[in-house]
Design a protein around this ligand. Structure first.
Ligand code: SF4
Ligand code: SF4
Length: 651
């Protein structure tokens, strides 16, 4: 049976036009379909030669590894040879193809007829654009995610991270049991121990820029009633960047990009927010002049009127130079904040008042809800939290939705005696060694409020209630099929809000906690959107609070080699837990421009003396004397993009 059954345009048109019975008697043409990687499945025999796939993949998405081959009645739509499609937007082929030639391989693994899916209103949690989605679930499992058009954010398409990253909810190592000291325990027992520890008054609290607004506020309110330190970031550098992002005047919506005549792109925006190139390409088609400042390869290198390949430390001067030459027409700056530090954002936003009316900055970042986590804990809170933990004030950190060791491993190597408790729905580096752990419902399993990079607050509904198939007979055989008498049991993991409430009750602070929570919520949410609404904007007076702060201290830069972050489009903590996306990750390596070194390996040292040896690979289109390293390696070494390093070249 064809996966497209029930949603096939050709089938609908055939029946509607009264041609439901085939009269064609000659031999049908037959094709050999291709193997296109873990995301997309091809069945070429269903093709009606409408060319929609090529027009999308090449003309709109700018992909070069897919096209049309052959002639007459032998045309073939695919790649030159088998292999995963390279475009981060390839999953849209399953939506644009009107028949079932391209279908979701990920959905096929857990397939259901389309009319059996219950679709909900979701927000993509994998980057700061906040694309609108339609998660579809049945029998307690999330089966697929499709786009839900939002005229300002994602009028037509989702990227593959947004479409397939949802599989993190089904990750084999997703935590489902509460633990104490690495051993499974019942929820109540762990909550009792955690409450007793909080009552000692030596706990600091850490929120998360990937968690929804209410979860962060619930934890923040708990910290306040206990008079304990709270931060949304563990890393002061990340916090300073968040402050600069919040201080920007309201950024333009992604869909307004094609309206600009001049656009400066700083960094690798397409790696952070893979649907942005669709808007940039449209702008370029309408005649916009696109300029690039980058240290990594860019999909726009051939389209740009100016293209400067630079080490990260020189991006600021180059941006200044560009701005100095353009002061007549409104322009747009698109900034990949994963590649640049807070200093650049600070200086740019101080200049905004001198730009032509209608100019703007749109920052892009990985954390889907950064503003929602940062309102109450953005200025120096990370430093105060670290000082409290490193001194005598606190000896326990309760973190929600992020693993502080994954943010700054060298710091934790120096302060290994601090107890760490985690509330999360993702298995992280610290999970097995943490003092206490409490698994919680995933983002799609509970309603949530998310602030995107424009400062737009959007609501998502719970997409489904998880269920487990009960094993009734010979458990070693695995889940017993429902059709043969198995049963579904609801598996409700508590939301972070419910866990904070349970802790407040155990501490007999319930009323004060609720009062605080209500106060913060009323202050931030003068008009709370409902799922499906276009969203409401962050009030300008809230932004203005962040503009008063002083500049972040400049970081020392080196004139020699410097590091930048190498990321692939499927990368982001949650999406990377999805097996199919993770399988597309490039091998662990350090990347440099071709012809820079003959060595085959590189050793990099952290300030505390620990080192990392990585295979060395050449990457065309990179700046000279720049090393691109995956995020996990940067964190292990305690490095930030733009830091100078002294590499040791090895054979
Ligand atoms: S969109 Fe589908 S039906 Fe149309 S040409 Fe491409 S493969 Fe064939
Ligand atoms: S990852 Fe970003 S660009 Fe991709 S669908 Fe999600 S929000 Fe949109």
């Amino acid at each position: 049976m064809c996966d497209e059954g029930g949603q096939c345009h050709l089938q609908n048109m055939t029946v509607a036009s009264g041609h439901a019975y085939r009269e064609y008697e000659a031999e049908k043409r037959r094709y050999q379909s291709q193997e296109l990687g873990p995301l997309i499945r091809q069945e070429m025999n269903r093709c009606i030669t409408c060319y929609r796939c090529v027009r999308f993949y090449q003309d709109l998405a700018g992909g070069e590894d897919f096209g049309v081959f052959g002639s007459r009645d032998r045309v073939f739509f695919g790649r030159l040879q088998d292999g995963p499609l390279e475009s981060p937007l390839a999953g849209n082929l399953a939506e644009v193809c009107p028949t079932g030639v391209f279908t979701d391989k990920v959905y096929h693994q857990d397939y259901l007829r389309p009319w059996d899916l219950e679709e909900s209103t979701g927000i993509c949690p994998h980057c700061s654009l906040g694309c609108n989605t339609r998660p579809g679930a049945a029998r307690g499992r999330l089966r697929r995610v499709r786009q839900r058009p939002h005229a300002e954010i994602n009028p037509y398409f989702l990227c593959d991270r947004g479409r397939y990253g949802f599989r993190y909810v089904a990750a084999e190592n997703r935590p489902r049991q509460a633990q104490a000291g690495g051993r499974s325990q019942d929820f109540d027992g762990v909550l009792d121990r955690l409450a007793a520890r909080l009552a000692e008054g030596r706990t600091a609290f850490l929120g998360s820029p990937r968690e929804d607004l209410d979860s962060n506020l619930a934890l923040f309110a708990l910290a306040r009633v206990l008079d304990a330190p709270f931060a949304a970031f563990f890393e002061p550098w990340e916090e300073a960047k968040a402050r600069e992002i919040l201080a920007l005047p309201r950024p333009p919506a992604p869909a307004s990009i094609p309206g600009y005549e001049e656009i400066l792109v700083i960094g690798a925006v397409e790696r952070v927010a893979p649907t942005l190139p669709l808007f940039l390409r449209e702008a370029q088609r309408r005649g916009a002049a696109i300029s690039l400042l980058r240290c990594l390869p860019s999909a726009f290198a051939t389209l740009a009127v100016e293209d400067h390949l630079l080490p990260p430390a020189d991006l600021l001067d180059a941006a200044w130079d560009w701005l100095g030459r353009r002061h007549h027409r409104p322009f747009l700056l698109l900034i990949d904040t994963e590649s640049v530090g807070p200093e650049l954002l600070h200086l740019l936003r101080r200049e905004i008042g001198t730009w032509p009316d209608g100019s703007g900055i749109l920052p892009v970042y990985r954390q889907a809800n950064l503003p929602g986590a940062s309102f109450y804990a953005v200025d120096g809170h990370a430093s105060r939290l670290r000082a409290a933990l490193a001194g005598n004030d606190c000896d326990h950190l309760l973190a929600l939705g992020q693993d502080p060791q994954e943010m700054d491993l060298p710091w934790w190597r120096r302060h290994g005696d601090i107890d760490l408790s985690l509330i999360d729905h993702r298995h992280s580096l610290s999970w097995d060694g943490a003092w206490l752990t409490l698994p919680c419902a995933a983002l799609s399993e509970r309603p949530g409020l998310y602030y995107n990079g424009e400062g737009r607050l959007q609501a998502a509904a719970a997409a489904y209630t998880p269920a487990r198939e009960e094993r009734r007979w010979r458990p070693e055989l695995g889940p017993f099929p429902l059709a043969a008498g198995g049963a579904l049991r609801e598996e409700v993991l508590p939301s972070p809000m419910a866990l904070c409430r349970a802790l407040a009750e155990r501490l007999e602070l319930s009323e004060r906690w609720q009062e605080r929570l209500r106060f913060y919520r009323d202050f931030l949410l003068r008009a709370a959107p409902r799922p499906g609404d276009p969203g409401v904007f962050l009030p300008e007076e809230l932004r203005a609070r962040f503009r008063l702060h002083s500049a972040p201290p400049p970081r020392a830069t080196d004139q020699g080699w410097s590091v930048c972050r190498f990321s692939h489009y499927g990368e982001e903590e949650l999406a990377d837990s999805a097996r199919e996306l993770h399988s597309l990750a490039p091998a662990r390596a350090a990347w440099i421009a071709p012809g820079q070194q003959d060595a085959r390996h590189i050793r990099l040292r952290a300030a505390d003396g620990t080192s990392r040896t990585l295979p060395l690979r050449a990457l065309p289109g990179m700046a000279a004397e720049v090393l691109a390293i995956p995020r996990a390696e940067l964190v292990f070494l305690g490095l930030r993009p733009g830091d100078g390093v002294e590499p040791e070249w090895l054979d």
